[in-house]
Design a protein around this ligand. Structure first.
Ligand SMILES: *Cc1c(COP(=O)(O)O)cnc(C)c1O
Length: 385
């Protein structure tokens, strides 16, 4: 029995009526740009995340870019971020002429390691009158972008304290972590700004691209609202230079239909994770994912690690099990960042994770038989050789 990594058709079958009704509303209105569905969805996301402001944009990548534009990141300024994430977490910095300061992750959670952030600041930065500077270039360090990878919050208690001590703005990359909790608080409620993605494979996925900026600040909310419409307010009057990046009304309508199911889907992902935790514990050299104390994960991915990852992946593929390497490259070693001068060995945990990680099917609609099949496939690999 084949088990795909993700089965969006299985989910669609459970919500088809609601989704089609929502899409019909938009078609009847013929209003496709912003408007009532987007406003309603923004309100519901703000309430869901426990933040005062949420602004729909065209993608999670744009949410990050617009957040940095909103704080006025200038060329040459620096942003601390994770060496192990999706490219958007650092690409946004470079797009504005800034410099990402990569930092290693914890091998337990794959999130920014606060101790490594402290070390980076202590060894490579200096405090001057207007704040922190990156010593090699003299660029101001403006912000930190913690990524809540795979559905688990970074250690926002420690990272928040570091940011506060050094006057850094916190922008949460919560693209994979809507609904995740740290010490009882939800992702996006920690930083000045939070970024969500509604890419189809996220826990709350649209039928195309979509994203959201959340913020605790009314002032930043106003700036973000302008930036997504070319910096204009009122229309055709431009106090800022922005871009065209709006959440599509059709996507907002689809996401409204899906949002009411999100908590139930998170629960099913957690139940699937608990099943794997139990049945894969002690199998071969596998490390099952660790959820840090005080955290509640939404398991956007279920990641195991093995030193024999490539052979295990080949074996699972042969059995029709949709496992995937997610991610196969660390960010500090990407060819586009060769000029930053990072070397293999600079971020040992990120580099090891790149070699050892494997994502197993965890989507909510996974059946018991499919879960059994995944576990059987993994066990067979270790008993057969
Ligand atoms: C998906 C993702 C993004 C970008 O979101 P898009 O909507 O695909 O642009 C950013 N950061 C992380 C960690 C992601 O997983």
């Amino acid at each position: 029995m084949p088990v795909p990594l993700l089965d969006l058709k299985a989910q669609f079958a459970t919500i088809e009526g609601e989704v089609r009704r929502q899409i019909d509303d938009v078609l009847s209105s013929q209003g496709f740009i912003l408007g009532p569905k987007v406003e309603e969805f923004e309100k519901q996301i703000a309430a869901y995340c426990g933040v005062p402001h949420a602004i729909g944009v065209a993608s999670g990548s744009d949410a990050l870019l617009i957040s940095l534009m909103a704080i006025g990141l200038k060329p040459g300024e620096c942003v601390i971020t994770s060496a192990y994430s999706f490219f958007a977490s650092c690409g946004c910095v470079s797009r504005l002429g800034g410099r990402p300061l990569f930092c290693d992750v914890s091998l337990d959670t794959y999130n920014l390691d606060p101790a490594r952030v402290e070390e980076l600041i202590a060894t490579q930065c200096e405090v001057v009158d207007d704040g922190l500077r990156y010593r090699p270039t003299g660029g101001r360090v403006r912000a930190i972008i913690p990524v809540h990878l795979y559905g688990q919050c970074a250690d926002m208690t420690a990272l928040g304290a570091i940011a506060q001590r050094h006057g850094l703005t916190v922008i949460e990359d919560a693209a994979q972590a809507i609904g995740a909790r740290h010490q009882g608080k939800l992702a996006c409620a920690f930083g000045e700004l939070g970024c969500l993605s509604f890419f189809p494979s996220k826990n709350l996925g649209g039928y195309g691209d979509g994203g959201m900026v959340t913020t605790l600040s009314a002032e930043l909310a106003g700036i973000v609202r302008k930036l997504r419409v070319h910096g204009s307010s009122p229309k055709y009057y431009h106090p800022l230079i922005g871009m065209n990046s709006r959440l599509d009304a059709l996507q907002a309508a689809i996401l409204l239909a899906k949002l009411s199911h999100l908590d139930e889907w998170h629960e099913k992902r957690r139940a699937n994770a608990a099943y794997y935790d139990q049945h894969l514990a002690g199998v071969g050299d596998i490390a099952t994912p660790l959820v840090a104390p005080g955290n509640v994960s939404v398991y956007n991915q279920y990641i195991i690690r093995s030193a024999r990852r490539d052979a295990l992946l080949a074996h699972l593929k042969e059995r029709g099990i949709g496992a995937m390497v997610y991610y196969p490259h660390a960010l500090h070693l990407q060819p586009c960042y060769a000029d930053l001068g990072y070397r293999e060995g600079d971020m040992p945990n990120a580099e090891r994770t790149v070699r050892e990680n494997l994502s197993l099917p965890i989507y909510p609609e996974l059946t018991d038989r499919q879960k059994q099949e995944v576990v059987a496939g993994v066990k067979e690999f270790y008993t057969a050789r």
